[in-house]
Ligand binder design. Sequence first.
Ligand SMILES: [Zn+2]
Length: 78
Amino acid sequence: MKTMTCRQLGGACDLALSGETADEVIQAQDKHLNDIVASGDVAHQAAQKDMKGRWKHPIKGMGWYKQTKRDFAALPED
Ligand SMILES: [Zn+2]
């Protein structure tokens, strides 16, 4: 398992998200963004918008995705 924070993934807090793969962590972040914005949080709105934009425009979002995968690969195992 490796851990990245919400902030490392473009978010606005230091919530730790763990996963076996970068995709798992990205999905956890996606869920966190949706949950926290649904609960009325404003600080995460921009990050949620960016995340949604990446799913809609996979080619444009690819740079972020590749960078996140590289960051994840560089992390030590928990
Ligand atoms: Zn957060």
